[in-house]
Design a protein around this ligand. Structure first.
Ligand code: GN1
Ligand code: MG
Length: 351
């Protein structure tokens, strides 16, 4: 494969095969000179300013590596650059492969504490990197009001004729629009080095549990509030079922159907307050005196705000015809949006 050959490898390419990854990029496992590498093609529609994305990754990984922290290790191209552009303009980059690890899945409070500790450590170790050294590679990335406007525009456009069928979801989103207004709390927080996609699955944990987790997927590392990261930790850690699980009964779980007990919602994402407490305690313990008093107070707002934003983003993509988040089956982005709305409703009963 031409892209693999563009990198400075220890020997000829022996094998290239697709590798599981997140919702956005494409990934391949490459074997060369007896070593393994992860080759990724950046999604150009999502990362139009790939040079800034890569510059941020170089900055952050070298800062962490200089402190002896396990992190992603970029493999340079034969020309000594951190990425390679193919004839179609697509940008590729390569990392050394991290063996015997898997994305973290949280099922109990101790797993939630691992998430809080790992991203807390990430924030702490990067606290002496001047945020202005990083570029704003994706403008307005976390901005629920902008995301809501994009949803309304997509509904108006209705390019796939799906708007009518999501009237219930749009009603719920409209009813919760105060969540977008509450984002101003996160925006007034100090600018720090933030990950911006701090979900549990972006932590690679050792199959044997001996090594500390490695924070991966650094594509969205930018200057901003770390509260968005705390919100993403809460969103991805406290729900009793994963983000892509179809809620068994969406309508029955909505705010106008109160009176349901948690038991009557089996199979639905329910906010687990024990995991939430373990997560926040571990995060605050790890970050020590890094956060200001108002950042600490505003942690409670972060989870609901970003869960709302994510629901809006998934629903927008469903309405637009699944052009952003990769799907495994038709309707998956609608399922994901519903899942986030059910989780948010449950979260708001406690926070
Ligand atoms: C996307 O592709 P992945 O899984 O790394 C998305 C995040 C969302 C997340 C939801 C650049 O991340 O913002 O929170 O899906 N990344 C981008 O799982 O949009
Ligand atoms: Mg990603």
């Amino acid at each position: 494969m031409e892209a693999a050959e563009a990198f400075a490898l220890p020997g000829p390419v022996e094998a290239v095969e697709p590798h599981p990854t997140g919702h956005i990029n494409e990934a391949f496992l490459v074997v060369a000179g007896g070593c393994r590498f992860l080759l990724q093609r950046l999604n150009a529609a999502v990362f139009p300013d790939a040079d800034s994305t890569m510059a941020n990754i170089v900055r952050v990984t070298s800062h962490l590596a200089a402190k002896g922290e396990p992190t992603l290790t970029l493999v340079a191209t034969a020309d000594g650059t951190p990425s390679w552009r193919d004839a179609d303009g697509a940008v590729w980059r390569m990392y050394e492969y991290i063996s015997d690890v898997h994305p973290l899945e949280v099922a109990a409070p101790d797993g939630a504490a691992v998430v809080g500790r790992a991203y807390g450590r990430f924030h702490r170790l990067l606290a002496d990197l001047e945020p202005a050294c990083l570029r704003v590679s994706l403008r307005g990335f976390h901005d629920p009001a902008r995301r809501l406007a994009a949803l309304h525009a997509a509904v108006k456009d209705d390019a796939c004729g799906r708007a009518q069928s999501v009237a219930d979801e749009l009603d719920v989103i409209a009813g919760l629009r105060d969540m977008a207004a509450r984002a101003c709390v996160l925006d007034r927080a100090p600018v720090r080095v933030a990950h911006n996609d701090a979900k549990a699955a972006n932590l690679l944990v050792d199959d044997d549990g001996d090594r500390p987790p490695v924070v991966v997927d650094l594509d969205t590392v930018m200057p901003g509030s770390v509260l968005w990261d705390v919100g993403d930790m809460v969103r991805s850690t406290t729900g009793t079922v994963p983000e892509s699980t179809t809620p068994a009964d969406f309508r029955a779980s909505m705010p106008n159907s109160r009176g349901l007990t948690h038991e009557s919602r089996s199979g639905q994402p329910v906010f687990d307050v024990e995991r939430y407490r373990a997560l926040v305690e571990a995060y605050l313990d790890e970050t020590g005196d890094l956060l200001t008093e108002s950042e600490r107070t505003d942690i409670a707002v972060a989870g609901p705000v970003i869960t709302y934003e994510q629901a809006v983003r998934f629903l927008t993509d469903h309405v637009q015809g699944d052009v952003y988040f990769r799907i495994a089956h038709r309707g998956q982005n609608l399922d994901r949006a519903r899942n986030q709305l059910v989780l948010l409703t449950s979260m708001l009963e406690e926070l």
